[in-house]
Design a binder for this molecule. Sequence first.
Ligand code: GLC
Length: 453
Amino acid sequence: MVYQLNLKFIIHKRVIKKLLSIILISLVAVAGAKGQSAADSTLLLPKQDLQWWRDAKFGLFIHYGIYSIFGKGEWVQITQPVEDIEYEKLKDKFTCEKFSGKQWVEAAKNAGCKYMVVTARHHDGFSLFDTKIGDYNSVNSPAKKDLMAEYAKAAHEANMKLGFYYSPLDWRYPGFFFPYLYRRNAEELKKQTYTQVRELLTNYGPVDVLWFDGGSDNWLGFGGVSYNLDGIKWETRGIDKPYTGKFSWEPLKLNKMVRELQPKIVINPRSGWMGDFQTQEVDLKGKINDRPWELCTTLGGCWGWVPETAKYTMKLDSLIRLLVTVVCQDGNLLLNVGPKPDGEIEPLQVQRLKEVGDYLSKFGESIYSTRGGIFDVKWGGTTTTDKAIYVHLLKVPIDGNLSLAPSAKKIISATCLNDHSKVKFVQSAADIKLSKLVNKQNESDVVIKLVLE
Ligand code: GLC
């Protein structure tokens, strides 16, 4: 007989430790599945309202909070672990003296990003905005600032699409970990979510993206604990046996509220509802779905700041290849930086963002507002518009020849966008043959534009 009891506070510390490590392993295992949630298409944005997002292709993600002060990532409370009493003291050190919404937006603009998503509140529960719930927020810290207000103002002024990341999950609430045992507390947590989401979508003008994280049912209880009377022992419930009790975020109700407050907002899938698009995290996994999708990953190997992030910052070449790989498969790339404890984005990362922006100012027509074509790890892929096919050669074939699937439309010219030279092509019913392809300057992406009649 197995009782589904969730008792955090009476089990031995060692059990908790073991439990957490199992949970963390499980979380890694389900990371890819996190975005899969209840399918209900009634709330989906109409196609035309999602179009800007599909055309945008590239967004900047920012993870910033009091965890940045520790410099061990945004999960430091769990991974180290750090006791809540100690952790919460970080609030009194939160000065963010170099934070500038303008700097963040400018970095995104220079990168050629068309939208941004910033952690208004991560799993630790510390809000970077003015909220009527409690005083655990940036306005009540030495910073005395509503960071989201400054960011929103800067984004609106720069015509940058504005996105908020919000975590329904809050580690301060035992009800999240143990919804059976602390149902009232879980309900309070839910109330906080509804209130704060309402605040974010009411007080900052038009909001273009809402990016939930940690609000799906398979996260509830983090796997939980069961009491197994047969073996007389505590065991983890397992992430594959999600919570089935009475507590619910009521994702449809929540997302309905979101739509009412911001009718055209684009919503991600991690609140228990399927969302307007699907997410992939860190690496591209498996088959890309037919639904609109986004890969979120990090520029410097971390979400929240760590001192080594500059060292791990992606080379420009890898970044361009990643962007092209995603876009050829019809996705968006949401690229994360974790600003330093003082709020400034690492200068090297600002520089890298600028460099990818330079690539985009030269080759943007082959990225923005295109649809994915094909992708082949051996050489690269294609993007398309009504008027052109763009061939992205990430690796020019050794013999300089490439055969592409036939096109119903006639090709009237083929030009290399890197140096504006003409490219040899032969179009037939069987294929499109490109020849004498070269990468003269050893560039990350050689782009051939095939103009369609
Ligand atoms: C992972 C991390 C989380 C981060 C998220 C972004 O799930 O655990 O901290 O916010 O990725 O997608």
